[in-house]
Design a binder for this molecule. Sequence first.
Ligand code: ZN
Length: 339
Amino acid sequence: MLRIVLGFIFVAIIVDARYPGSYLSIKGQIALYLSAFLIVAWEAYSFWYFHNEQFLKIKSGIKDHTVDCNNLNHHIQELKRTQLDVNSYDYGRADRYDTSRYQFKRNEWAKTNRDNKVHNCSASVCKAANDQPFKYLCKYFDIDDNEETLSHLESALNNYLAAYQGKILLEQERDRLMQTLTDPLPSLFYKLNKSRLAKELGFESVRLVDINFQTYKFQYISSGGNSSYVVSIVLDMENLEKFIQYLGSRLRFKNSAKGQRALMTPQLREKIKARDKNTCQQCGISVNDEPNLLIEVDHIIPIAKGGITTEYNLQALCWRCNRKKGSTLIPRVESSGVI
Ligand SMILES: [Zn+2]
């Protein structure tokens, strides 16, 4: 921020030097040079302070905590990278040649017709997909409404929710640690430039903006190429939760032999955490021991090994134990075959 202000000041100084006297009075010039000097002095002082022995001592004093926070950050990045690919079949490849008399200008089709996330269709299918996205998603992208698909979606939602909660808790923990530093200068830096202090102490920043939610598209291009229409269905957390509810109701688990099956929703996650008193069922650590502890909901028998979402098969685990268990992440999809 200060550097941006400094940039503006330098531009003003250059403009003023080019056209002397036309923009700034003498007082204005003094104020400009003085503020530039103060900012440069502050930056130089900050640079010196963050490389000074006293600060390096403070930094090494909380090293265990920063390493722990950065490990949680890496775990969040792994959760974030959860793949969501529920296409059930690989139909193989084929080449298509336009042999029509008029050579319709459907150039854009050529770019996308092998991408199984884009479905090229008529205007009426596009419109219908817009009205009933989940129904058309299943129908045109061959998403089977079966237990495996549902579990796969639930597992992805569970991971995304844990990543989001983890980010909030990690930032709270980082702030708490920075506030415990009793030296006056870190407190001043904390007020003036919190993110700089965090960076200098060795905390890596948490990024979730680049989370890659699966997107499916229905696309219509008229034969002349003049009219086009795209319907995008982004399976972000909100839509994913709705899709799980939709598939769950289609499968009518309540009436099936697996009547005890629950649906993995944010509410169920909170219920399991409350049932287990926010305590890790593996190592026994709880939010009473560590206020910003990330507690995750884990399938005791992993979904990949046939476990299902029932309250009996779910437990609260701290992020460290869940990370060690490691099998909760969805296995990468093979190039063909079912999920
Ligand atoms: Zn644990």
